[in-house]
Design a protein around this ligand. Structure first.
Ligand code: UDX
Length: 443
């Protein structure tokens, strides 16, 4: 039996972050209203269907819809009449013409909500924003809301990983709240009470530190991945093995093994755009040199894509023109249908543009990939994707690909050649079955 909570929560934005946050706040016992400007998302969520692939979320959604704790609307006025607390969970993508974050969705949410707030309210930002945004938004609420300074703003960055969204929201490894308002802190303590009781660290900071925690965390994770990928480049030059190198490093618990997985590198809706937005903000703040290393982190990451293409091209004799290529993976990581800045699709599209006939298969991301890359061919099974291929590239490490049978695929390809872009396969096993196996950072 979930204990009923009295705070009423509105969650603005129902993408990966907001839909998960709304459903999980209801799971904690709160009455929740999810708000989005996209009617089709609202219709889908209201009928118990998650409009993207996120393991476990549909269960939480349907359970809380049925319990009557969770509803969805496109109507901000309804949200303003209902809620005590508002979470801003809209997207902050990269601007089309620069590295900076595009804040139009945050601004739209604030400008729509603020004039409707007539009662004392708490607004908590969760979206990843350039440092300084929360202070600006606070001033906007005070200026635009009838309740004026009785609207209090805090920032509580969200660290959830896609494909682990429910677990990361219900059991975060820390809760960070940036605020100088005792009321905001008290509301966040109330919302987080069950998590605090389980010993999850609850850190209170000023607004700008909270904003920075998120981008600093993602910058660190991206740096760790690019570090091991830089080591892979060196390994390639001397015939060393980056997998053995990474394992040996990981036993030093100051280094640790997580996010030390060499391969095609990072993509997705967060790490790439967050490090770029962080650099752009540092530039504005006059501390550009402090983050200039992130430019190298980004460059190492991009070079892995080029290197993967070079290895494949080398395997088929130096040119993709007129060749047949099978690609396993389209999502930016396994257990997701998200293709934002997907290394796999970037590689596939580049190989296609070099003249190859490229066929892609992914267990969940095919529909998104088809919409974004109509120039590629898509197959509905792994076997169909590699049929007649002169080289196969494994670019997203789904379990289905990790456990692929080299003999089964060997029967349908034109040539048994595979580039393992994620170091997901056992080289000895594939070589023993007659394949020419190549991977990043390994002999
Ligand atoms: C990330 C952060 O982990 C999360 O805390 C933040 O809230 C949002 O950004 P997410 O984008 O869901 O989450 O993906 P994540 O699991 O972090 O993976 C990011 C990328 O790094 C993926 O493309 C993945 O394939 C790649 N990666 C990860 C590696 O290349 N090597 C690794 O060792 C780990």
């Amino acid at each position: 039996m979930v204990e009923k909570q009295h705070l009423r929560i509105a969650v603005l934005g129902t993408g990966y972050l907001g839909a998960t946050h709304a459903a999980c706040m209801a799971e904690l016992g709160f009455e929740v209203l999810g708000v989005d400007v996209d009617q089709s998302k609202i219709d889908s969520l209201s009928s118990g269907r998650v409009p993207f692939y996120e393991p476990g979320l549909e269960d939480v959604l349907t359970r809380n819809l049925a319990a009557g704790r969770l509803r969805f609307t496109t109507d901000y006025a309804q949200a303003a009449a209902f809620a005590d607390v508002y979470f801003i969970c809209v997207g902050t993508p990269q601007q089309a013409t620069s590295n900076a974050a595009d804040l139009r969705y945050v601004d739209a949410a604030v400008e729509t909500l603020a004039p409707l707030l007539t009662r004392p309210s708490v607004v908590i930002g969760k979206s990843t924003v350039p440092v300084g945004t929360a202070a600006r938004i606070t001033a906007q609420f005070h200026a635009l809301s009838p309740a004026g300074e009785a609207v209090e703003v805090g920032w509580s960055p969200e660290f959830l990983r896609e494909s682990h969204g429910v677990e990361d929201t219900l059991n975060p490894n820390r809760i960070v709240v940036g605020t100088d308002s005792p009321r905001v802190e008290q509301v966040m303590r109330e919302i987080s009470a069950s998590q605090i009781a389980r010993g999850i660290p609850f850190l209170v900071t000023d607004l700008q530190t909270a904003e920075l925690v998120k981008v600093a965390a993602n910058a660190f994770l991206a740096t760790k991945i690019s570090f091991i990928n830089a080591m892979a480049e060196v390994c390639e030059a001397v015939g060393a093995d980056v997998i053995q190198l990474a394992e040996a490093l990981s036993h030093d618990d100051r280094i640790g093994g997580k996010f030390l997985g060499p391969g095609l590198g990072f993509g997705g809706g967060c790490l790439p755009k967050d490090i770029r937005a962080f650099m752009a903000r540092a530039d504005e703040l006059g501390v550009e040199p402090a983050l200039s290393f992130l430019r190298e982190v980004d460059a190492i990451n991009q070079r892995r894509r080029a290197r993967t293409i070079d290895i494949a091209r080398g395997l088929i004799g130096g040119s993709f023109a007129g060749r047949t290529v099978g690609v396993l993976g389209a999502a930016f990581k396994p257990n997701s249908d998200d293709i934002r800045d997907s290394p796999a699709l970037d590689v596939a599209a580049t190989i296609g543009s070099l003249g190859a006939r490229v066929t892609v298969y992914d267990p969940e991301a095919l529909e998104n990939a088809k919409r974004a890359y109509p120039q590629l061919n898509f197959a509905h099974t792994m076997v169909e994707a590699v049929r007649d291929a002169e080289v196969v590239l494994l670019l997203t490490e789904w379990a289905e690909f990790r456990s692929a049978d080299p003999d089964e695929l060997g029967k349908v390809v034109a040539e048994k050649r595979i580039v393992d872009g994620r170091n997901a396969l056992d080289p000895d096993h594939w070589r023993a079955h007659g394949w020419t196996y190549r991977a990043l950072g390994r002999p």
